[in-house]
Design a protein around this ligand. Structure first.
Ligand SMILES: [Zn+2]
Length: 68
């Protein structure tokens, strides 16, 4: 299930909610103050700024001989 991160612009409370794909229109309210003025935040899983070591999987191609 996709988890969306929201941030309340009233009290600046960040919270994550699990929304279904089917449900596109849903009222997201802040669990802290109950205000509907929330902003959807993008998940920062990738593309992280800063100094970091990126690990890339190396693909090794082995000799695969096909015979009939
Ligand atoms: Zn709030």
């Amino acid at each position: 299930m996709p988890i969306y991160e929201y941030m309340c612009i009233v009290c600046n409370e960040s919270f994550s909610l699990i929304q279904k794909v089917d449900c596109e229109k849903s009222e997201t309210k802040c669990p802290k103050c109950g205000s509907g003025e929330v902003r959807k935040m993008m998940s920062a899983f990738c593309c992280s700024s800063g100094t970091g070591s990126s690990v890339s999987p190396s693909i090794t191609s082995g000799g695969f001989s096909g015979g009939g």
